[in-house]
Design a protein around this ligand. Structure first.
Ligand SMILES: [Zn+2]
Length: 417
């Protein structure tokens, strides 16, 4: 078996790995690079030069997407539609549900679904997905076997989220005889990675204290697709006697998880509020069916003042100039709950200015979606690969400080397993 990494040997995001055995090939992930231009028109040219992506090539048997984060699937929509795509079923449902609300929230037509510890045969390849703890829902590591070799691709993972039991099960009973481990190292070199990160349970406690200390409504800005975080916020809201107010986009994403253990817009502790700009979008895109399914606990601008001191609202930047939101800014609090790096973006700066303009205090409560160095070490030790190839990190040159048998590769370079 041969492998080449098209993107990721020296960067986070844009991940794409090509594997070849017996003249047949598969690709793992086709992500959008983090430094891609804002203009989607320019993205197509970033598609990696994998034969079969652009022109017909029958030796390309399929593409597997490890999880629904843009930096892992964002370029997949430019691949010829006859190339089979494999992805988790819930992951696909979430992407499909979100696609009506975001211009770049693409989905795939007729994908093949992968499931935890259920091998799929793709020509000479046998691929076994392992569900992992990550900030994206329905995320997998992938064990690829061919030509008597075994390659384990970690995908993105962590051990301090709400699904940490998955990580513990993996290190307790790891797949054996791994020739190559392709392991992410997102957090290497980042603040806190060496010491270990706060768990989602610890965050829940922080949110409880913060909500208690807020007189009026408390806004939390996070990704609606970070389901672990939404659960954390929901639980903290409930513990402080507050309802969680979500918008329609969040409601459809929560529904798309397909899990009745995850908060839903129909739950008594949840409310649906559609900011005016979303009302316009609902009309324009005819999202009336989504609204119809989720309107049972809907509240309107006139309800917000009464509800404010008993509510946590998931913040959407588009809601800044909404009449209902503007009416509840007295005594409001605001928590930022995403990677701090995004705060440098133009949209975030506008939000910060808006908060400052209204005198709303801001704090950050967040933990990484990726494993700490200690947990990366635990996975590497458990899998004990013959070689460990760094991927998905800006610090791949530092892997040798932490792990055994590290063999760094270059983008585009084939190597024999
Ligand atoms: Zn990810």
């Amino acid at each position: 078996m041969r492998i080449r990494i098209h993107r990721g040997t020296k960067e986070i995001g844009g991940t794409c790995i090509e594997m070849e055995a017996q003249g047949k090939r598969i690709a793992l992930d086709v992500g959008l690079p983090l430094d891609a231009p804002d203009d989607p028109e320019e993205h197509k040219s970033l598609l990696p030069r994998v034969p079969g992506f652009r022109e017909p090539d029958e030796s390309l048997l399929g593409v597997l997407i490890s999880h629904p984060h843009m930096d892992h699937y964002g370029l997949a929509k430019y691949i010829r539609p006859d190339v089979p795509v494999y992805i988790g079923e819930a992951a696909h449902r979430i992407m499909k549900a979100a696609s009506a609300y975001f211009p770049d929230g693409s989905s795939f037509t007729a994908p093949h679904f992968i499931a935890d510890r259920t091998p799929v045969e793709i020509g000479p390849f046998r691929v076994t997905p392992f569900l992992v703890d990550h900030s994206a829902f329905d995320a997998y590591s992938l064990l690829v076997e061919a030509d008597g070799k075994r390659v384990f691709y970690s995908g993105d993972f962590r051990a301090h989220g709400r699904k940490s039991a998955l990580f513990e099960a993996m290190v307790a009973r790891p797949p054996k005889d791994i020739d190559v481990l392709l392991m992410e190292g997102t957090t290497i070199g980042r603040t806190g990675s060496a010491e270990g990160f706060a768990t989602e349970k610890e965050l829940e406690q922080e949110f409880v204290q913060t909500f208690k200390g807020t007189k009026g409504i408390h806004f939390v800005w996070t990704s609606s697709q970070n389901i672990d975080r939404i659960v954390t916020i929901f639980r903290a809201a409930k513990r402080t006697g507050r309802v969680l107010i979500v918008d329609l986009y969040t409601a459809v994403v929560l529904e798309a998880t397909g899990r009745d253990s995850i908060p839903q817009a129909s739950w008594p502790e949840v409310r649906l509020y559609t900011p005016f700009s979303q009302v316009l979008a609902i009309k324009k895109k005819e999202l009336f069916q989504d609204l119809g399914r989720h309107k049972v606990n809907r509240v309107f601008p006139e309800h917000l003042p009464d509800l404010a001191s008993r509510a946590v609202m998931l913040f959407r930047p588009m809601a800044r100039n909404d009449k209902g939101v503007e009416s509840v800014l007295d005594g409001a609090g605001f928590t930022y709950s995403m990677w701090e790096g995004y705060l440098k973006e133009k949209g975030s700066i506008r939000v910060i200015k808006w908060l400052e303009g209204h005198g709303i205090p801001r704090c950050t409560i967040h933990t990484s979606g990726h494993a700490s160095v200690a947990d990366l070490k635990r996975l590497a030790a458990a899998l004990a690969p013959r070689t460990l190839v760094p991927i998905h990190s800006f610090e791949t040159g530092r892997f040798g400080e932490f792990f055994e048998n590290v063999f760094r590769r270059d983008d585009g370079q084939w190597w024999e397993v």
